[in-house]
Design a protein around this ligand. Structure first.
Ligand code: HEM
Length: 176
C-alpha cells in the first residue's frame, strides 16, 4: 500500500493546532482548579497566573484554528467525510468560539453563572473526548503510518508553500 501523505499546509496548521489544543486544555484545567473547583480541585497548586497564561494560549490558538477551519472546509473537505475528523473540528470551534466570548474577570470575581462559561466548560470536556475519538479513528483506519504521516516533515514536489494558494483555489473549482 502507498505510504499516506498529508499536504504540507494541512500538516502545518494541524500541527500548530495539535500542539496548542493540549496546552489550552491543561492550562484550562489549572484555571478551573484554582478559581472554580466546584466539582473538584487538583491536589496541587502550581505557581503561576494561569488565567493570563491560558488566555495567551487562547490568543495564539484562535487565529490558527480559524485558518485550520478554513483549510478543512475548502482544500480539506474530503477528509471531513470521516465523522471523527468533523467532530474534532466542531469541538475545536466550540472551544475556541466560547473562549473568545469569555471575560477574564468572571472567574477572578467568582461569577460562574454565565452561560458562556458553562458552554466553555462543556467544550473543554468535549474536545478531550473528540480528540481521543479522532486519534482512535485515525489509528483504526490507517494505523501508525497514517498517524505518522501527519508529523512527517517530507514535502513532495508540487506541495511547496508557493503552491498553497493554488491548492486552495483549485479546491473551490472542484467544489462547483
Ligand atoms: C489536538 C487536537 C486535534 C484536532 C482539533 C484535530 C483535528 C483534525 C481535523 C479537523 C482533521 C481533518 C482536516 C481536514 O479536513 O483537512 C484532522 C485530520 C487528521 N488528524 Fe487530527 N486533530 C487533532 C489531533 C491529532 C493527533 C494527536 C493526531 C495523531 C494521531 C492526528 C492525526 C490526524 C490525521 C492522520 C489526519 C488525516 C486523517 C485523514 O486523512 O482522514 N490529529 N485532524
Amino acid at each position: 500500500m502507498a505510504r499516506p501523505y498529508q499536504p504540507s499546509l494541512l500538516r502545518l496548521l494541524h500541527g500548530a493546532t495539535a500542539l496548542l489544543v493540549p496546552l489550552a486544555w491543561l492550562t484550562g484545567l489549572l484555571v478551573y482548579s484554582d478559581y472554580d473547583g466546584r466539582i473538584g480541585r487538583l491536589p496541587l497548586t502550581l505557581p503561576g497566573e494561569w488565567i493570563d497564561i491560558h488566555g495567551t494560549v487562547g490568543v495564539l490558538l484562535w487565529p490558527i484554528a480559524l485558518l485550520f477551519g478554513l483549510y478543512a472546509l475548502t482544500a480539506g473537505r474530503a477528509r471531513l467525510r470521516q465523522p471523527a475528523n468533523a467532530i474534532a473540528l466542531l469541538a475545536l470551534v466550540l472551544a475556541v468560539g466560547s473562549g473568545k466570548l469569555m471575560e477574564e474577570d468572571w472567574l477572578r470575581d467568582g461569577q460562574f453563572q454565565h452561560a458562556v462559561y458553562s458552554v466553555h466548560l462543556l467544550a473543554w470536556l468535549l474536545i478531550a473526548l473528540a480528540v481521543a475519538l479522532h486519534v482512535a479513528a485515525v489509528l483504526r483506519r490507517g494505523g501508525w503510518p497514517l498517524a505518522r504521516s501527519m508529523a512527517s516533515v517530507q514535502v513532495r514536489a508540487g506541495d511547496l508553500p508557493g503552491q498553497w494558494f493554488g491548492q486552495i483555489r483549485r479546491s473551490f473549482k472542484a467544489g462547483r
